[in-house]
Every structure is written in C-alpha cells, then in structure tokens.
Write a protein that binds this ligand. Structure first.
Ligand code: PLP
Length: 383
C-alpha cells in the first residue's frame, strides 16, 4: 500500500488558477472598485458581448446564478402552474427546484448509462397533454443528443431549454447542428458561473442564451423586476443580476477559456491512458454528439462497495474525489411527492451507486494525473 502523498489533490484548485491569473484578475477587480459601478456597470455589458460571441449566440442575458437562469427561462416561456417539464433523473437539483417553485410539475426521465445524459428514447413515453418543455442538461461536459431531442420537441410542439452550466464551450459534432456550441440550439440555453464551473467567477453568476429577439426582451424584463422602463412593472419579475465585479473577473477568464478546456482535455486523455485497462472501472464514455469539455472526469465502478472503498482510499492518500450525484432526484426527500420509487429509473439509481469524479480542473498537470491514477490503480489492483 502507498504512503500518504505529500501534496493534497483537490477536486478543483481555484487558488492555483487565481495565482496564475492574479495580476489580470486583481487589476480587473480594482478597476471596478475605483469606478464604483457595482451594479450593471460597463463590465457586465462587455462580458455579455464576449460570452455571446464565444458561444456564437446572438443574445446573452446575464443573471445572478444558474438556478435563477432556469427559473427565468421557465417564466419567459410562459409556463404555468400544473404544466409539466421533462427533466433527467440523474442530475443536479436546480432544474427541478426552479420548476417546483413555480408550481410546474417535474416529470423525470431516465438517463443513458454511458453518457449520463437524458435518454432521448425515453422522452416520448413521458409526454402528456400537459407537457410544455424538455430540459436537456448537458452533464459533466458533453451535450445531450440535441438532434433527437429537438425532433421530439418539434413533433410535440414543446419548448427546449438546454442547461449548459457544465458544458460551456462544447461543440456539437454530428448532424443538423454540427459545429454549433451547446446551449444555442434549444429555445433558451442557461448557464452558471459558480466558481468551480469551467468558466467560473468568484461568487455567484449565471445567464441565458437565446437566438430569439422577442424572447431576449422577455428574459431581460423578467430578470429586472418585470420592468422595461424604470418603475414600470409590466409583469411580475425577479431581481437577478450578474454583479459588476463578477463580470469583470469573467472577462479576464473567458480569454483563457479555450486553454482551460484544452488543459482539461489533456488531463482526461492522461487519465484514460492510465485507467483505461483497470478491472471493475470504466473511464468516461465519449458521446458522439459533441466534444467533451470535462467539467468532471467521472469514472464508474463495478459496485457501490468498490466505489465507496476507492473514495475512502483516495481520501486517506490526500486525494479528493466527489460523488456527483449520490441520489437521483426522484428519490430525494423533497421530491418524493412526485410519487416515484426505487424502480422508477433504474439507470439513474445505478449511476448514483457507481460514479466517482476525480480531480479535474484547469491547473491539473500530467504528473498530478499520474500520481492520482497510480493511487487509483493501487487500490483497484488490490481488490
Ligand atoms: C447542471 C447545473 N444546473 C444548474 C446549476 C445551478 O447553478 P448555480 O449554482 O449557479 O445556481 C448547476 C450548478 O451547480 C449545475 O451544475
């Protein structure tokens, strides 16, 4: 057995990234402090243009976080209490939470065992006369099968929201939408700039993409208290803003986003090389639908016992790992009212027992990956 390593390996190393970009980030922050334009300052407009250009979307509307972005999307599409939205069961909570808060009904669908994304083959079975929208969550860094999802949506006259919080920069590889960036295909794409995201700020942040000028105006109004003109509240809105300091930081980081992504992809390749042949361990499958920007490097183990054993072994050696997600949404206490049970979505339930995300971030080096992989191998070979 290996000794505890002298360094600790974090799942995301935000400090190392900050140290590398410190002069640029500090000067961007101090400029905002000097200008004292903390709310809706020029950097918010500048960054909004930059990110719209980056994902090649005509419109980007900033807001306070990725969960608000989803709520605003549901509101902008005119969804009403009792309307049903189709969501993946193996997923972060935000899509379901924002829906439930608006008294929409989350209707879960199972996921693909290899890509972890919503299984398009199961969507039609979940559609009822009350269904209004499908939310395609691009999990861990690669896009759902958008061509299939858009086809179903068109056939049933449904809206599509892409939750792109984890896949910013990934590019569709095949078919009708080839070369388009994820988040720009559905009616609305949402994103989060939570610090650990591939493009993360130093607090909270989020936003929405759309190709539709009318929808852009509606989204802007909702995010700004339902007002287009000051003190004229045309509809009920919310207060959801990306603050100026965060926008200034994001403008610095977006210039590095392609190189962050390349680094993540290189680290993933190095992991693949070391872990690809191990027994009882599956490296992440690459979807054929898009490039992978590796928000997470998520392996699958043969059982919950092996997964939990590996996690605790890594922890003892100073290597952080995370279980995204330990329980699918349909089994979470807050969502049991929807009436699902253990058998409802077998793939999602199994994934929650098998997955483990290893350190993955823009500062990961080849030698760090070698050390982490060596530790994983030492455990797996001694099973
Ligand atoms: C897929 C997904 N959707 C939505 C969110 C919510 O973003 P935020 O934390 O900015 O509200 C997250 C963030 O964790 C996420 O991973």
């Amino acid at each position: 057995m290996q000794e505890k390593l002298s360094t600790t390996f974090q799942i995301v190393d935000l400090n190392a990234q900050y140290q590398r970009l410190k002069p640029e980030i500090d000067s961007a922050i101090f400029k905002v402090l000097e200008d004292a334009n903390f709310i809706n300052g020029e950097p918010v407009k500048t960054f909004s243009k930059e990110i719209a250009e980056f994902v090649e979307s005509p419109y980007f509307i900033p807001c306070a976080n990725g969960t608000d972005a989803l709520q605003i999307a549901y509101m902008a599409l005119g969804l009403e209490p009792g309307d049903e939205v189709i969501l993946p069961a193996f997923n972060y909570v935000a899509t379901a939470e924002a829906a439930a808060l608006l008294k929409l009904k989350p209707v879960f669908v199972d996921c693909q065992a290899d890509t972890f994304n919503i299984d398009p083959n199961q969507i039609e079975g979940a559609i009822t006369p009350k269904t209004r929208a499908i939310v395609a969550v691009h999990l861990f860094g690669q896009s759902c099968d958008m061509e299939a999802i858009m086809e179903i949506a068109e056939k049933h006259n449904l809206f599509v929201i892409e939750d792109n919080a984890q896949a910013i920069g990934s590019k569709i590889s095949t078919g009708k939408y080839a070369e388009r960036k994820s988040g720009t295909i559905g009616h609305i794409g949402t994103t989060s700039f939570f610090p650990s995201k591939n493009l993360g700020c130093m607090g909270d942040g989020g936003g929405l993409f759309t190709n539709d000028a009318v929808l852009k105006d509606v989204i802007q109004k909702i995010a700004n208290h339902g007002q287009q003109f000051k003190y004229q509240y045309e509809s009920i809105g919310i207060n959801s803003r990306l603050d100026t300091i965060q926008a200034a930081i994001l403008s610095v980081k977006i210039k590095h986003l392609n190189s962050f992504t390349e680094n993540r992809q290189k680290a993933a390749e190095a992991y693949d090389l070391h872990l690809g042949q191990l027994p009882e361990l599956q490296i992440p499958a690459r979807t054929k639908y898009s490039s992978h920007v590796f928000h997470q490097y998520t392996i699958k183990l043969s059982s919950e016992k092996v997964r939990d054993g590996l996690k605790s072994y890594l922890n003892d050696k100073g290597i952080q790992s995370m279980i995204y997600y330990p329980k699918p949404l349909h089994l979470q206490p807050g969502y049991l009212y929807l009436g699902y049970n253990n058998e409802s979505f077998p793939v999602s339930s199994l994934l929650s027992q098998q997955v483990l995300s290893l350190p993955m971030h823009s500062e990961l080096t080849k030698s760090m990956v070698e050390t982490i992989s060596g530790t994983v191998s030492a455990f797996m070979e001694n099973l």
